[in-house]
Write a protein that binds this ligand. Structure first.
Ligand SMILES: [Ca+2]
Ligand SMILES: [Ca+2]
Length: 342
């Protein structure tokens, strides 16, 4: 009987020793995590590194270990980063190439104040908006891109393709209606941006500024920041549309968010909508009954080559009949980041 007790005691000791050993193996792991979190500034880089290394290490170690490690690093990131930076965006690659071949930039999830209290009446009241991450074409859709769509689908050709002032391959496509733009977006597996997404993207992460670059007028100091209609006409270098990307991008890497061509958005336009809007997260614009009171027109944003500088503000709102086109209006597409990286 004593022998049995002895054996049991020995076994118990063994279990305890093993247990302690296990505990002792953990500190290096948590210490590693700690160093990772204390280096929060480098986190984005190291997280990317971990992601890019994942396939290789997954093969080596059977996958689960390194995957867990990556996950735990990501999980600690938001808590550590707190209010300092927008780290969660590192979950998604910075760039994405759409099915139409267009380069798209990641617009990170975040919140902003939509509208401009000192702008036109339809830009008030300023109200909070929260958006999930999405990708946006860095350029307005060009004639060359639109031709791929026309060739593939037999969609009608825009009338501007006869006009030498507008039909350059890298000029934005114009004389497209909202219906045409939606057809293109669907063909590309994408969609038009909501009005809120458009304004958030145009602001490029700047808070409370008038234009994508700040508060200066587009031609302040003789330095042109957009294609518009400066005093005297075309001193910005372009009489009508400019090839996309002719002016510097905003901080999200988006070109021509101010000027060149107006850009169609998904939403109906209703001039008093901001006073009724209740949806903070991913707002979709006016419901049918409000759209009706403005005669069912769609939002367009950003001003155009035909407009004075003050019309190029991020918050300025325009509209257009959904079946109409003109030589001042084009579009660009977006896709939700979760539809690209589930
Ligand atoms: Ca111009
Ligand atoms: Ca534009």
């Amino acid at each position: 009987m004593r022998h049995v007790y002895l054996v049991l005691i020995l076994l118990l000791c063994g279990v305890i020793v093993l247990g302690c050993g296990k505990d002792k193996q953990q500190p290096p792991a948590t210490a590693g995590e700690e160093t990772a979190t204390t280096k929060s500034v480098e986190k984005a880089g190291s997280a990317e590194k971990a992601e890019s290394q994942e396939p290789a290490s997954a093969e080596k170690s059977g996958g689960t270990g390194s995957a867990e490690k990556t996950e735990s690093m990501e999980a600690t990131a938001p808590a550590e980063a707190g209010s300092a930076t927008k780290e969660p965006e590192s979950k998604y690659p910075k760039e994405y190439i759409g099915k139409d071949g267009a380069k798209m930039a990641l617009i990170p999830e975040g919140a902003f104040q939509m509208g401009n209290a000192n702008g036109d009446r339809d830009e008030s009241p300023v109200h909070p908006v929260q958006l999930d991450a999405f990708y946006m074409d860095i350029y307005e859709v060009t004639n060359a891109q639109y031709k791929k769509f026309v060739d593939a689908t037999g969609h009608p050709v825009p009338r501007s393709w006869d006009d030498a002032a507008l039909n350059g391959p890298n000029q934005p496509v114009v004389w497209v209606s909202w219906d045409d733009a939606v057809a293109y977006a669907e063909w590309a597996g994408e969609r038009l941006p909501t009005e809120a997404e458009w304004e958030y993207a145009a602001r490029g992460g700047l808070s409370g500024k008038l234009y994508p670059w700040g508060n200066e007028l587009p031609g302040a100091g003789g330095e042109f920041r957009a294609n518009y209609y400066p005093l005297g006409g075309k001193s910005d270098g372009y009489d009508k549309t400019a090839p996309v990307g002719s002016f510097p991008p905003n901080k999200y890497g988006l070109y021509d968010m101010a000027g060149n061509v107006w850009e169609l958005c998904a939403d109906w336009y209703y001039e008093h909508w901001y006073g009724y809007e209740k949806q903070v997260l991913n707002p979709q614009g006016p419901t049918d009954e409000y759209a009706k009171s403005n005669g069912y027109v769609r939002v367009r944003r950003g001003g155009a080559w035909s407009r004075r500088g003050k019309d190029l503000t991020c918050a300025n709102r325009g509209n257009q009949q959904p079946g109409n086109g003109d030589d001042k209006t084009g579009f660009r597409c977006v896709i939700s980041a979760k539809d690209v990286v589930p």
